[in-house]
Design a binder for this molecule. Structure first.
Ligand code: GLY
Length: 306
C-alpha cells in the first residue's frame, strides 16, 4: 500500500524527510508525525513552535498541541503547556486514555511531569528579546507570518491516517488563550474512513469553520482532497469577509484515505510533501479564485520562501 506525508511550512522540511524515512522503512504514521514535529519543536530558528517559541503577553511560552489517530479516532491535546520539550508527545500520550484527553495549563504540566516527559524552558534570549521589542506596541494580533503551527498528516502502509499539530500560538496572546491547534476538528482531525487534516493560521478564524472536521466530511462524501481543501478555505474566507470585511490567514493541509493530498489557503503558503513515488519536496500554494494554485519550489527559489 501507498504511504504519504504532508506538513505545513518550509520549517517542516527536515522533519518531513525524517518522517518519510520512517514510512518508507515500514514505520507507522504515528511515529512518522511525532518525529517530524519533534524536529521542529527542537529547532530554535522557528519562533512559532517549541524551543524559542514566542511568548504570550506575560512573557511565558505556553504551547498547544494535538494528536489524532484515524483508526481508533482517539485523540489527545494540551493547551497552554509551559516548560516541556515536546508538547505533541504529551498530546500523543493523552490519546491513550478513554477520558481526560485534553488538558490545559497546570493540569497538563502535572500530567507531563508525572509521566516523565522532558522539561525545558522554551524561552530563549532571542524570543525574549522579540517579546521586549513588541510587547509595548498596541496593534491587532495576527497569525505569525510564514511559520505559525507545524502540522503533519501521514498515511502508512497499513492504511492508518494520523494528524498532529504543535505551536506556541499567537505571539503576545492573552494568558490562557487557546487557538485552533489543540482543538479537535478545528486544528486537526483524522479518520481512516474519511481522511485527515491539519490547519495553520489565525486560530480564532479557523475555529469559526471547524475546518479540519469539515474537510474530512467532504472527503468522506466523495470530494477529492484538493477540491475539499480549496472549498472549505475559500467558503470560510468569503463568509467572514462578507460579514466583517476581513478574514485573517487560513491554510489547511489534508489527505484522503488513498494518500492523495489537498491544500487550501487564503495566503501564499509553503508546504512539504512526500510519498512512495517522490521524496520530500517544497511547494508553494496560493489562492486562485476559489481554487488553489500549487507550484513546486526549485532549489534556487527556496531561500525566498517562508
Ligand atoms: N494557529 C495557531 C493559533 O492560532 O494559535
Amino acid at each position: 500500500m501507498k504511504w504519504a506525508v504532508i506538513s505545513t511550512w518550509k520549517m517542516s522540511y527536515e522533519g518531513n524527510l525524517q518522517a518519510s524515512d520512517i514510512l518508507k522503512n515500514q514505520g507507522n504514521a504515528e511515529e512518522a508525525v511525532l518525529r517530524g514535529i519533534g524536529i521542529v519543536e527542537d529547532d530554535p530558528s522557528f519562533h512559532s513552535v517549541g524551543y524559542s517559541g514566542l511568548p504570550d503577553i506575560e512573557g511565558h511560552v505556553r504551547m498547544d498541541a494535538g494528536f489524532m489517530h484515524g483508526r481508533t479516532l482517539s485523540f489527545g491535546a494540551v493547551g497552554a503547556l509551559e516548560g516541556f520539550r515536546s508538547p505533541v508527545q504529551v498530546a500523543h500520550k493523552l490519546a491513550e486514555r478513554p477520558t481526560n484527553n485534553f488538558l490545559v495549563g497546570e493540569g497538563a504540566a502535572e500530567y507531563a511531569r508525572k509521566h516523565g516527559f522532558e522539561e525545558r524552558d522554551n524561552l530563549t534570549d532571542d524570543s525574549y528579546q522579540r517579546y521586549l521589542e513588541e510587547s509595548g506596541k498596541l496593534k491587532p494580533l495576527s497569525a505569525y507570518k510564514g511559520h505559525d503551527t507545524v502540522g503533519f498528516v501521514a498515511l502508512d502502509r497499513n492504511g492508518d491516517l494520523v494528524s498532529a499539530t504543535s505551536t506556541s500560538g499567537l505571539f503576545l496572546k492573552d494568558k490562557g488563550r487557546l487557538g485552533d491547534s489543540p482543538v479537535i476538528g478545528c486544528g486537526f482531525y483524522a479518520d481512516n474512513e474519511a481522511g485527515a487534516a491539519a490547519a495553520t493560521g489565525l486560530g480564532e478564524d479557523i475555529a469559526k469553520g471547524v475546518l479540519c472536521y469539515q474537510v474530512c466530511t467532504l472527503m468522506k462524501n466523495g470530494y477529492s482532497a484538493q477540491s475539499a481543501a480549496s472549498q472549505v478555505v475559500s467558503d470560510l474566507t468569503r463568509s467572514l469577509t462578507k460579514r466583517r470585511e476581513h478574514c485573517d490567514s487560513i491554510s489547511l493541509i489534508c489527505m484522503d484515505k488513498e494518500g492523495n493530498i489537498g491544500v487550501g489557503t487564503n495566503i501564499p503558503f509553503a508546504f512539504v510533501c512526500a510519498d512512495d513515488t517522490h521524496p520530500a519536496q517544497l511547494y508553494l500554494a496560493e489562492p486562485a479564485e476559489g481554487d488553489t494554485r500549487i507550484t513546486l519550489i526549485s532549489a534556487t527559489e527556496i531561500s525566498g520562501i517562508d
